[in-house]
Design a protein around this ligand. Structure first.
Ligand code: ZN
Length: 290
């Protein structure tokens, strides 16, 4: 069964690189039926940025890629920006904790400014390391996360959180953390969620599920908000490290094949959750033309 007409098909978290497949990957996504990408920035250089100017150059690269994808493929792209929390590990070693944190905070401020200027829709990825780091670096990363939450509150935008896998208690802790910073939990997304968390256990935080076949089967009847993502890395040195960019449209097609209420169910990750978390209305006209 084909994808329902007019339905947006959204990959909620991917990366593209000018030195990777870039626009060609987005074209593959479009050919498979995809219509909207949330494009998260990443470091495009061998060493992560260490100054505000280097972060600005990184964000501009992401913005240029987004513009090219829109122009050359017709896919709608939403840009998500922040200095990657893990950058603090190497930056601290290279320039010391004070300078590393200062550049990081300035880059978060810049990302917040771009959100207010509608050049980006959310701060991300922000959060924590997904592997053990020395205690002094961990506290820097915490300080950066606190600042990220303040910036998101002031820019009134969602935060896309990078962290180790979270169970229900982890989701609760994240929701509490956000509320304490003045951000409603439903503006918080846990990206790269690899196991189903029942909606009763997310405390309002939206899981963005890795679009693996089994996991999609487990979550597809859950109420909003939740998303599907590939976390496509577009890194030729790491093929298959994450899912291919054509995966979300393929999963959507599999759900569409299941029956007549498929359009309604697919609207949860692709329309209603986007509206609820981002305040973005993906009109049917923006979706598939056929
Ligand atoms: Zn990512």
């Amino acid at each position: 069964m084909p994808l329902p007409r007019g339905l947006p098909v959204v990959d909620h978290h991917c990366h593209l690189s000018p030195s990777g497949e870039g626009v060609a990957a987005a074209r593959r996504f479009a050919r498979a039926g995809g219509t909207h990408l949330f494009l998260a920035t990443q470091s495009y250089t061998p060493e992560p940025p260490r100054t505000l100017e280097e972060y600005r150059a990184q964000f501009e690269t992401t913005e240029r890629l987004a513009a090219r994808v829109r122009e050359e493929t017709g896919v709608r792209v939403f840009v998500v920006l922040a200095p990657y929390p893990i950058d603090l590990v190497s930056a601290t070693a290279a320039i010391g904790p004070a300078a590393a944190l200062e550049a990081h905070r300035a880059a978060l401020d810049l990302a917040g400014r771009w959100v207010r200027e509608h050049r980006a829709v959310a701060l991300g990825e922000v959060g924590r390391a997904h592997f053990p780091v020395p205690a002094d670096v961990a506290s820097l990363i915490e300080e950066a996360f606190r600042h990220a939450l303040r910036v998101a509150r002031d820019a009134d935008c969602p935060v896309v959180v990078h962290s180790a896998d979270l169970d229900a208690e982890g989701f609760r802790e994240l929701a509490t953390r956000a509320r304490e910073a003045g951000i409603p939990a439903d503006r918080v997304v846990k990206h790269f969620t690899r196991a189903r968390v029942a909606s009763s256990g997310t405390d309002g935080v939206a899981p963005s599920y890795l679009a693996q076949r089994e996991l999609v089967r487990q979550v597809e009847h859950d109420p909003e908000p939740w998303f599907l993502e590939t976390d496509f890395l577009d890194d030729p040195r790491r093929p298959g490290a994450v899912l291919d960019l054509a995966t979300v449209p393929r999963r959507a097609e599999a759900i569409a094949a299941e029956g007549s209420d498929a359009a309604e169910r697919l609207a949860i990750p692709f329309v209603r959750s986007v509206e609820r978390v981002y305040g973005l209305t993906l009109a049917p006209g923006e979706g598939r033309a056929s």
